[in-house]
Design a protein around this ligand. Structure first.
Ligand SMILES: [Zn+2]
Length: 263
């Protein structure tokens, strides 16, 4: 695969039509189009070992910065390495709303480490996050999470080696003999990420969402009770007036109908 900049400042990339990546802005796997390429004359003058090119995400039009190593400087073309570094990587997302602040702070940093490909820093932050969660949830909470991890193993069909590693990261402690953090492979870091999200979701987000939904439900059911009572009162008052006027009775019916419509 050849990538080069020619003496007319054009970027020539024989795989350009299939150049796609996950956009760090819209998170869509999209084709990218070069927008700003450094001029040939400047590059030839300064001969940097790495150069930056700005692309446009075809899905959301945001700029995407890529860095390439220069392979060689020629009289007519500057050849670049086909591999590039993404300067901004897609950020991992999570619903932080229901997490206690101490856990949110740590897990946000864990996700930041993951997004930057710093998998060992990510592993350390996962352990700190879970240690804080265990402190807050107490022993029963910790046991629940342990059961959940076992459940996850079956559901997600995690292999035995990766599972041992995950368990050590999440439930191990720095003071255990041999409890030091293992070095994770890229794919194990990916599994750890999904497991962490699920454990925190079950421990906090699911419960928080349910509790909020219940509060909203109770609020509307109280509202309905109150408006129902008001309609009954109106109807009784109308009857007590001896149906002196048909129009007032009709308005009582309308009030009762209106009350029914709010349920
Ligand atoms: Zn995009």
């Amino acid at each position: 695969m050849a990538v080069y900049i020619d003496s007319s400042d054009r970027l020539l990339h024989d795989q350009a039509h299939s150049l796609a990546l996950t956009c760090p802005h819209c998170l869509v796997l999209a084709h990218i189009t070069p927008m700003a390429v450094p001029p040939f004359s400047e590059l030839s003058l300064y001969r940097p070992r790495q150069i930056g090119i700005v692309y446009r995400c075809d899905a959301c039009n945001s700029p995407i910065f890529l860095r390439f190593n220069v392979r060689s400087y020629g009289a007519q073309r500057i050849e670049l390495s086909a591999q590039f570094t993404e300067i901004e990587r897609p950020r991992e997302k999570f619903t932080f709303t229901y997490l206690p602040e101490a856990i949110e702070t740590l897990f946000r940093e864990a996700l930041l480490c993951y997004s930057h490909g710093a998998f060992n820093a990510f592993t350390s932050m996962c352990r700190r996050t879970m240690q804080t969660a265990f402190e807050l949830l107490g022993e029963p909470g910790k046991l629940r999470l342990f059961d959940q991890l076992n459940e996850l193993r079956e559901m997600a069909q995690i292999d035995a080696t990766s599972f041992t590693v995950l368990k050590r990261v999440i439930f191990g402690s720095d003071s255990d003999p041999g409890g030091g953090l293992p070095i994770l492979e890229d794919d194990q870091a990916g599994i750890l990420l999904e497991v962490m999200k699920d454990l925190l979701y079950q421990a906090y987000v699911r419960r928080g969402r349910l509790q909020q939904a219940m509060v909203v439900r109770r609020f509307f059911s109280d509202q309905t009770d109150r408006s129902g009572a008001a309609a009954t009162y109106a109807a009784t008052a109308t009857a007590a007036a001896g149906a002196a006027s048909l129009s007032s009775a009709a308005s009582g019916v309308r009030a009762a109908d209106a009350a029914r419509n709010t349920t």
